[in-house]
Design a protein around this ligand. Structure first.
Ligand code: AMP
Ligand code: GLY
Length: 425
């Protein structure tokens, strides 16, 4: 089969790479892709929000399946439009994508279906929200309702920082209409876990658990980023916890979406916190995680083309686990200044010296070709994934490969996965 991947980041590179490993996939096309993806897939210059362009490209290329990477086109209804035109699409409908597109929708949905989550209140009035935050005093989390490029969540220590966050969203309109409504949530504590379930509307296939590293600097300091690295699987998640996550989160979410008349087809990503009081869902996303996917797919025992096609057709088999015993760790190489301002167009050296055979995979997040050289084209530039029989080996391979690569100002965290080392499974 021929598969089209929509997107241009490290996540889409990992998806294209995994699809190409599947014998049932004869060709991968990517819109728009990047310099690294171009080595595994045919890249076409169609933007992710150009639905008419995606439709034309998928038809011209004779694609049997379209797989969406990013959330924005899904939340805007691109999967519905392509399905309506007769294409087979892996990605939720616009109504089902509200699980990510509206924090208020997700919170109300979870409450209604008994899915454990932080206590919350919803506000569309700034003064009322501020009065509530001041009355509460303690640590809170403020979330803009709509999409905000991963920046719409502010974890606050006190009422003062809470008020500043509210003003930024509701008065200064930092995220435009996305901040018209906010969720004010109880602040929880505990390790976080990323859950990736491939869903066909009713059934799911659980991919191995992973852990992201969201802060820019070592020791979880510095500003929040899109993610500076991830590893998979997570040693502190045993069988019991995995089953609890399926029965308390994944199944009720799928059943709830189906019974609400918006069955969920696509990746259901749940960001979970393991609090002293039990598991709590922090957020749902309607797509694969980034950079989690760059660690999850190399570790997972799954034929991705076959699986995503079956899910898109509502025909997933009963198998719902994909662990392989293979460990992986992805280290993100970012531009100087990221997540703030950064320069682009800087030449990257050392990429040719790396080879898959050494248990190393190089996923391009934001690169382009410029006069025969590969140059930087964004904040998160590359994800270097090491794989191996243990997390330690995977990390060793990833960091050895990182040492071979460089571009001016390149920065990365040296402590990806280190907290998990030595934790028994
Ligand atoms: P989200 O975009 O909803 O995943 O939130 C981004 C990050 O904010 C999460 O990965 C957590 O680290 C943090 N966060 C979100 N909700 C809470 C909460 N209720 N308590 C503590 N931290 C939270
Ligand atoms: N890494 C977190 C996310 O993909 O939303």
């Amino acid at each position: 089969m021929k598969v089209m991947v929509v997107g241009s980041g490290g996540r889409e590179h990992a998806i294209a790479w995994k699809l190409a490993q599947d014998e049932s996939v004869s060709r991968v096309v990517c819109c728009p892709g990047n310099a690294g993806i171009a080595k595994t897939a045919k890249c076409l210059p169609v933007r992710v929000n150009d639905t008419a362009g995606l439709l034309a490209a998928a038809s011209e290329e004779g694609c049997d399946l379209v797989v969406f990477g990013p959330e924005e086109p899904l939340v805007n209804g691109a999967a519905d439009a392509l399905r309506k035109a007769g294409l087979t699409v892996f990605g939720p409908s616009q109504s089902a994508s509200r699980l990510e597109g509206s924090k208020v929708f997700a919170k109300v949905f979870m409450k209604r279906h008994g899915i454990p989550s932080a206590d919350f209140e919803v506000f569309d009035d700034y003064e009322k929200a501020r009065a509530y935050v001041e009355e509460k005093r303690g640590p809170l989390v403020i979330k803009a309702d709509g999409l905000a490029k991963g920046k719409g969540v502010v974890v606050c220590d006190d009422a003062e920082s809470g008020s500043v966050a509210l003003k930024g969203m509701m008065v200064d309109r930092r995220f435009g209409d996305s901040g018209n409504r906010v969720v004010v949530e109880e602040r929880l504590e505990g390790p976080e876990l990323s859950v990736t379930a491939v869903c066909d509307g009713r059934r799911h296939l659980l991919l191995p658990f992973s852990q992201d590293h969201k802060r820019a600097l070592e020791g979880d300091r510095g500003p929040n980023t899109g993610g500076m690295g991830a590893y998979c699987p997570v040693p502190f998640v045993g069988r019991g916890l995995a089953e609890e996550i399926e029965s308390a989160v994944v199944r009720p979410a799928l059943e709830g979406m189906a019974s609400d008349g918006t069955p969920y087809t696509g990746v259901l990503y749940a960001g979970i916190m393991l609090t002293p009081a039990g598991i709590r869902v922090l957020e749902f996303n309607c797509r694969f995680g980034d950079p989690e996917t760059q660690a999850v797919l190399p570790s997972a025992d799954v034929r991705l083309g076959e699986t995503l096609l079956a899910a898109a057709r509502g025909e997933l088999s009963g198998v719902n686990r994909a662990e392989s015993g293979r460990h992986s760790a992805c280290v993100v190489l970012a531009s100087a200044g990221y997540p703030g301002e950064y320069e682009t167009g800087l030449p990257i050296t050392g990429l040719d010296s790396l080879s898959d055979e050494d248990g190393v995979l190089v996923f391009h997040a934001a690169t382009r070709e410029d006069g025969g050289r590969t140059v930087t084209a964004g904040g998160r530039v590359l994800g270097i994934t090491g794989t191996g029989p243990s997390l330690e080996v995977a990390l060793g391979r990833a960091y050895a490969a990182v040492r071979a690569v460089s571009f001016r100002g390149m920065h990365f965290r040296r402590d990806i996965g280190t907290r998990a080392l030595g934790v028994a499974g």
